[in-house]
Write a protein that binds this ligand. Structure first.
Ligand SMILES: Cc1ncc(COP(=O)(O)O)c(C=O)c1O
Length: 486
């Protein structure tokens, strides 16, 4: 970020102003709207610790407002602890001592979670409502749990997770062709904590990590927080480009690969057949520790999911990570890590140091829910299929110039817009009542996916159809809104 504004060209200042988007739209005093737009940049990690904000006078000129408006907006940020300013010197982003380990922090995941505006249809996060069995078990445990006193048995601290839950998950994985014993499993607070624990256990500042060039932002954040350097892995039609990945592995010797080869977030592709086998072989041969994130693998459409990488090469250093969030409910906060028992022990120690173990009643309840795993999974896939149909039919009619490849599974449609400023379009969409994620928020590097948006289709079809009509309004207003600004 810019350090000394007085030495910078006027281009930097107009860049900064452009990043504020349509900041002056909305209600309330002008300074409040400006403070809100600045806060968005801070929360997204676009303005990082130590960066200076433009001097009041210069920003007032660039935004064509009075200097008092800028002073009042900066004052609001100062009061809330976002920035520091000393008399006669610049206003800088405050770390309050909580600076991240790395030089850069992505924060894309956080940015997708922090919206809580009830007037907006939220298409930023791809998470489902609870499946009916979740509500049934939680509202009437006695009907589903043989001995409901087990919900509160013992002291309740289980850093490795509830033994019965580890057994149920091990049985499901084994049934699906990935032989697993309970001591190879750690129950985590969602797949997100599993990724985070592996990153913290393995990575040190400066380590190299290979991640698909667009990917799940929570993993990008977890890796960035360790100060590691991300090497983006190009994508081909079916998923990661294995030839390019091989070259990266041989050249950069990454400490870790993080991959979503089964119904990739956000592209919906699945690496199958020979390329998948070649990938597993490469990992085994080069002994490159690899996270195989199978969080979305339960959500196959026409063809069953290909086998997890660890099933193809049992001796390879693959850490498989999954979750109950996508079939059952994210609010359970139950994920799992499968690895060799020694790795699991190490990760359990790290987990204990951070939370002493997950939520015990949630895990006991999950054992009862997993008895209905297959039927719940079929139900979820049916719902997703219907929503995807409704979404794509509405898009084809109302926005025929938008393009996408049909996803093979998972909950995301990865749309290519016929122009490159997807981030700018998400600002317009927000004004039409739709919160969306633009490609750059999911990118492992700058300069990719600038023309992309991601639309999750967990919402019911009719809501998605309404969302598409708002998106059409926003899309058709582009030229007009530019005219207004000029
Ligand atoms: C690929 C992938 N991994 C992990 C997660 C996190 O899931 P959880 O809710 O289990 O933490 C998600 C959630 O969207 C995801 O898409």
């Amino acid at each position: 970020m810019v350090k000394n504004w007085l030495e910078m060209s006027s281009d930097s200042l107009s860049d900064f102003a452009a990043r504020l988007g349509h900041w002056d739209a909305g209600d309330g005093p002008l300074y409040g709207r400006l403070a809100a737009a600045l806060r968005r940049l801070l929360e997204n990690g676009e303005l990082r610790t130590g960066a200076s904000l433009p001097p009041e006078r210069l920003l007032a000129g660039a935004l064509a407002v009075s200097r008092n408006t800028i002073s009042a907006a900066y004052g609001e940020l100062r009061r809330d602890g976002w920035v520091d300013s000393r008399r006669g010197s610049s206003t800088t982003v405050n770390s309050a001592g909580y600076s991240p380990v790395g030089a850069h922090v992505a924060n894309g995941l956080f940015a997708t979670l922090i919206r809580d505006n009830p007037d907006v249809i939220d298409l930023t996060i791809a998470v489902p409502q609870a499946a009916p069995i979740v509500t049934e078990v939680l509202s009437n445990p006695a009907a589903h749990i043989d001995d409901p006193t087990t919900l509160t048995a013992g002291h309740g601290y289980q850093p490795r997770g509830n033994p019965a839950l580890r057994e149920s998950i091990a049985a499901i994985l084994t049934g699906n062709g990935l032989g697993t014993t309970p001591d190879e499993l750690l129950i985590t607070t969602g797949a997100q904590q599993g990724i985070s624990l592996v990153a913290r256990a393995l990575l040190r500042s400066g380590d190299v990590v290979g991640i698909e060039e667009v990917s799940y932002p929570g993993a990008i954040d977890a890796v960035c927080n360790t100060g590691s350097r991300i090497v983006p892995l190009p994508l081909a039609d079916l998923g990661v480009d294995v030839e390019a990945l091989t070259a990266v592995v041989r050249r950069e010797r990454p400490r870790l690969l993080y991959l979503v080869p089964t119904f990739h977030n956000p592209t919906g592709t699945a690496l199958d057949g020979v390329p998948r086998k070649r990938l597993a072989r490469l990992i085994a041969e080069t002994e490159t520790t690899t996270i195989d994130d199978v969080t979305l693998a339960d959500l196959d459409f026409d063809q069953p999911a290909p086998p997890p990488l660890a099933a193809l090469e049992p001796e390879a250093p693959v850490i498989t990570i999954g979750s109950l969030s996508k079939v059952f409910w994210g609010g359970l906060r139950i994920g799992w890590v499968r690895a060799r028992p020694a790795v699991i022990s190490h990760l359990a120690g790290l987990k204990a140091a951070s939370d002493l173990g997950g939520n015990s009643p949630s895990q006991t309840s999950a054992v009862a829910m997993l008895e209905h795993y297959e039927e719940t999974r079929s139900w979820r896939k049916r719902q997703l299929g219907e929503s995807l149909d409704a979404l794509t039919t509405a898009l084809k009619t109302r926005l025929p110039e938008w393009q996408w490849e049909a996803p093979l599974g998972g909950p995301h449609l990865w749309i290519r817009l016929p122009e490159t400023d997807a981030a700018g379009f998400t600002q317009l969409a927000l004004r039409s009542g739709i919160a969306l994620v633009a490609g750059p928020l999911l990118a492992a590097t700058t300069g990719v996916a600038n023309d992309r948006i991601r639309i999750p289709y967990y919402l019911p079809g009719p809501e998605l159809v309404t969302a598409v009509s708002c998106l059409e309004t926003a899309w058709r207003s582009r030229g007009r809104s530019l005219d207004l600004r000029n």
